[in-house]
Design a protein around this ligand. Sequence first.
Ligand SMILES: Cc1cc2nc3c(=O)[nH]c(=O)nc-3n(C[C@H](O)[C@H](O)[C@H](O)COP(=O)(O)OP(=O)(O)OC[C@H]3O[C@@H](n4cnc5c(N)ncnc54)[C@H](O)[C@@H]3O)c2cc1C
Length: 466
Amino acid sequence: MTLTDLGSENPLQAFDGLLGAGRVIPGGTEASAYLRDFSWYSPVLENALADTTVDAVLRPTSVEELRACVATAARLGVPVTVRGAGTGNYGQSLPLQRGVVIDVRDVAGVLEVAPGRVSVLPGTVVKDAEDAALATGQELAVMPSTYRISTTSGFVSGGSGGIGAAANGDLWDDNILAVELLTVEEEPRTVRLEGDDVRPVLHTYGTIGVLTRVEMRLVPAHDYTPVIVAFRDFPTLAAFAFDLVAGDLHVRLCSVHEAAGAAMLTPIASLYEAGEDVALLWVDSGDVPALRDRVAAAGGRAIDWTAKPHISQFPFSHTILWARKAEPTSSWLQCEYASDRAGFLTQVAALRDRYPGVFLQHVEFATSAGRTRPLGITPLVGLGDHEESLEELITFCRDLGLIVMNPHSYVVEEGGFVGDTAQVVALKTSCDPFGLLNPGKLGDSFFTSRGLTPPSTRAAATRRGR
Ligand SMILES: Cc1cc2nc3c(=O)[nH]c(=O)nc-3n(C[C@H](O)[C@H](O)[C@H](O)COP(=O)(O)OP(=O)(O)OC[C@H]3O[C@@H](n4cnc5c(N)ncnc54)[C@H](O)[C@@H]3O)c2cc1C
């Protein structure tokens, strides 16, 4: 139901009274700024989400106001979509069924820093949590490359990993220690989840509950130096990077780019030569001499980071931003390569052979329970008919043994969902009994609702036909 369907003289007044003037923005021009995110990375999603609308945007400034907004929405029976900084890549924060968007950025603040843990309000910018940790000699175990603007609750609900993953793993590696959430009921309850119980809220696009507190894992802080490593053979660089992350030097970030993609990182591309494959590394400053020795021994060269922009402006999904700027018709894919060295290198070689100049390999690394996991966030350039050729490419990757996380869907289960569906559904049913939270994002199919065949069905049909 939308607010205008309710028929009362001005249903927005219900929220005005809670939040005060200027903190309830009616649907229209001003509210449209809250209907954008980074789903335009995908030409498919850009089209699908072009007509998104909202009845009102609510901007609470405290957990109490947030609770009042949720209670009122539940009483009125209108959909609620929570939003942080709107940097999500899959339309997570865009409402599919109007209702209210709640912007939590002003429900912010660091609550406590303790050994191994920082506790914050949901709208706290990730960098503020990192800065508070640094002041105590600690750092976030993992944070998104958008940490300067994105919120902690947006990261937990919409992100997956990022800077620090090379050393400490991603969201699912016990890096989110606890959360508190509000249920979407007329009398919202506060539910605290700790340890493995946190998993259903990770990367489930704010469909389970409204986060009011996030507790993130801290590790001892290091002093870091950014270094670029260049080789003239991508498989050699890929092998070097795999060994580096699996080895004894402390690496917070290892972002590997095939030459054609490296050339698209325009603010730093003059630091290396055309045709060089590069890794952007953020390593413990004390490990730089050993790194230089290893690079030289492997036949590469280490380059000082003399560029003005911070290294965080280039890895993870930032790479796609630069690729889309350089090649506006390009698209992208997310995938996970094999975590054994030989399997990874076989996949790297096969992708180069089959899709030269199209699948521009860009690999980030995560270390999960001692396992080195190469993660592809891949610019795709020059795919003819996007839908069909993309499907063919996805099938090729899956046949090679890569796990594909399709970034062209706004539905949780069709993207990078990790976890136990039954556990997610059980918590969803108890915390959002009327199905008001971000409807259409969980338990749906983007592809079916758009009249498209879901890729898994298509891939299965292809396999059967062989
Ligand atoms: C250039 C670029 C680089 C990126 N790099 C990374 C990266 O390194 N790692 C990574 O994981 N992601 C990355 N992303 C994706 C995204 O930036 C991150 O996931 C980010 O942390 C999202 O935070 P946000 O505040 O912008 O959330 P939003 O986009 O506003 O929201 C994300 C999701 O969280 C939900 N949500 C927000 N607050 C709450 C709440 N209080 N309760 C319940 N649900 C809530 C929203 O409903 C939505 O579903 C990148 C994106 C871009 C554009």
